[in-house]
Design a binder for this molecule. Structure first.
Ligand code: PNS
Length: 157
């Protein structure tokens, strides 16, 4: 059984993330969803809210755990003996930045990245667009798990 980490900002978690989580956990055995910080993003939801939404959305997956960390991904991995990170790719445009991060994580920490393509039905989906649609009253109920839909409705009234 491989223990792998699926890191991200998850602001908030979407069905695109959940699809990767379900498929990766099924193949690898044990997946830890790591809610961490992307220095180039200012999240809408604080860390506790993002983690609560991840936990609620993955409660049906016994081989999935959730953790948080503020620091280098490779430090979290090496402290726990996790040698594999999973990343989802929606389109070729994701690849350039992800490739750079994968090579950096391999170089500085020996952590290898496995890429999983998202299902085409979710290839347009991003947390940023979900927030924008929800902010202006659009329906995102088929794009995010119910707890996230409810939180967005509460946040944007
Ligand atoms: O969901 P995101 O914002 O695309 O995820 C990016 C994330 C959080 C995985 C990335 O920014 C990250 O790994 N942050 C932790 C800090 C770190 O290790 N930075 C060096 C990356 S090579």
């Amino acid at each position: 059984m491989i223990s792998a980490v699926y890191p991200g900002t998850f602001d908030p978690i979407t069905y695109g993330h959940l699809d990767v989580i379900e498929r990766a956990a099924q193949r690898l055995g044990h997946l830890i969803v790591l809610c961490t910080r992307n220095p180039s993003k200012q999240p809408l939801f604080d860390e506790a809210e993002r983690v609560e939404l991840i936990r609620a959305s993955t409660a049906h997956l016994p081989s999935v755990d959730v953790d948080t960390f503020d620091g280098l991904l490779v430090d979290w991995c090496n402290a726990r003996g996790v040698k594999v990170a999973v990343k989802g790719l929606r389109a070729v445009s994701d690849f350039e930045y992800e490739l750079q991060m994968a090579q950096m994580n391999s170089h500085i920490g020996g952590v290898e990245t496995l890429f999983m393509t998202t299902r085409p039905v979710y290839s347009f989906l991003s947390s940023s667009l979900v927030k924008e649609v929800a902010r202006y009253g659009g329906d995102v109920s088929d794009l995010v798990p119910p707890p996230v839909d409810q939180r967005l409705a509460h946040t944007f009234g």
